[in-house]
Design a protein around this ligand. Structure first.
Ligand SMILES: Cc1ncc(COP(=O)(O)O)c(C=O)c1O
Length: 379
């Protein structure tokens, strides 16, 4: 069985340090250490006095406590530090969930379009992947009929990304209920990647979590997107305590632990004093950047169309030109030095994913370069 590389990350490895304008990163412009330490519980002196030791293998208690507080306490479930495992980004979380849950013959049921890490992980370990769509003609609503059609007794995990990458779509309560009902019907796990929770563009309340809606739910979070701290390489899994223990055993094999400095900085970032400031900063970037994208789109109505994203710093844009999305992405890198993601990487050709969580001047220049280049690509 040939190894399937992770397309999106391969192109990022290749282009992100070369292209002058990076519109691939789906989080907002990252914070500096100085900005992060501007207020809150951790002082610079305390940081400097930190012994660079291994932290707790499953994450320092202060961090796990702050993560646990991000989840609703449902009638039949409370969230404590025993429900939390800290991982090297949501990437490690996805890896160890697949290692832990998927057995011989098990199937993954996931969305199209989506961030395709789980997809590749499943195929590379010999599992079958089935998919249900998000419907662009319905504003990226979940195709519930297709979800139910693809469901089988072999479905081990139903994976959802909510808010969705690359569309920024937020599921309705009815759609969340339909996913839970489908999982319950066959006893499948729900793996909810919620890394964009908090990065809402249009509303102040945070996207509802899947946690507590069903007993077999694992929720992923990360410092990378909604908090603007991708270089901390801190993510997490929240789930039933016994499953978290099993995941922890895989974490010991995979990375042993995250780092002490990152644990302390993430605990600080998620503290009651600092977290609201970071969420507001992310939303400010998204809400300032989006109108720049919107007005550029208005100038290209024949060439591009899109459903405005409800959350995240990316828009998934349909282009109306007869060129493959990977080719178009490479042309933009080479000729405009603007790096956007190809729809191919999310399972849909004729789309580009364009990030707008940057300063206006940078976006203006990048969009004007895209306009010039596509004028030469033709229709
Ligand atoms: C939906 C989604 N999940 C997980 C990840 C992995 O993020 P990280 O490992 O930085 O937490 C990404 C990164 O782009 C993502 O978009």
């Amino acid at each position: 069985m040939p190894f399937i590389p992770f397309d999106l990350e391969v192109i990022q490895s290749k282009w992100e340090q070369i292209a002058q304008f990076n519109l691939v990163e789906s989080g907002v412009h990252p914070l500096t250490l100085e900005e992060l330490l501007a207020n809150g519980p951790l002082s610079i002196d305390e940081l400097l006095a930190t012994s660079i030791n291994y932290p707790h293998v499953n994450g320092i208690p202060a961090l796990r406590e702050n993560i646990a507080r991000l989840y609703p306490v449902a009638a039949n479930s409370s969230v404590g530090i025993e429900n939390v495992l800290v991982t090297v980004g949501a990437s490690e979380a996805n890896n160890i969930v697949m290692q832990t849950l998927m057995g011989p013959g098990d199937e993954l049921l996931t969305q199209t379009p989506t961030y395709k890490q789980l997809w590749g992980l499943a195929l590379n370990t010999g599992h079958t992947v089935k998919s249900f769509g998000l419907l662009s003609e319905a504003g990226w609503a979940v195709d519930i009929d297709e979800l139910n059609k693809r469901l089988s007794s072999k479905t081990k995990i139903i994976a959802v990304c909510n808010p969705n990458n690359p569309t920024g779509y937020i599921m309705t309560e009815a759609e969340m209920d339909a996913v839970v009902a489908a999982a319950e019907r066959v006893g499948a796990w729900i793996l909810a990647d919620e890394v964009y929770r908090g990065a809402e563009r249009l509303r102040e309340d945070e996207t509802a979590s899947f946690f507590g809606r069903y007993d077999k739910v694992l929720c992923l979070g990360s410092m990378s997107k909604a908090y603007g701290l991708p270089g901390l390489r801190i993510g997490w899994i929240v789930g039933p305590a016994d499953t978290v223990e099993e995941l922890w055993r895989r974490h010991e094999y995979t990375t042993v632990s995250t780092t002490m400095l990152s644990n302390k900085l993430a605990a600080h970032a998620l503290s009651a004093e600092v977290r609201p400031r970071l969420i507001q900063r992310t939303r400010d970037y998204i809400r300032r950047g989006y109108p720049v994208l919107e007005s550029w789109m208005e100038g290209h109505t024949g060439q591009f169309s899109y459903v405005p994203p409800q959350a995240s710093a990316v828009a998934f844009i349909r282009y109306h030109m007869a060129v493959n999305s990977t080719e178009l992405m490479e042309t933009l890198c080479k000729e405009a030095s603007v790096f956007v993601a190809a729809g191919d990487a999310f399972g849909m050709d004729y789309y580009l994913r364009v990030a707008f969580g940057q300063e206006k001047a940078l976006l203006d220049e990048a969009f004007s370069r895209i306009s010039k280049t596509i004028a030469t690509v033709g229709s």
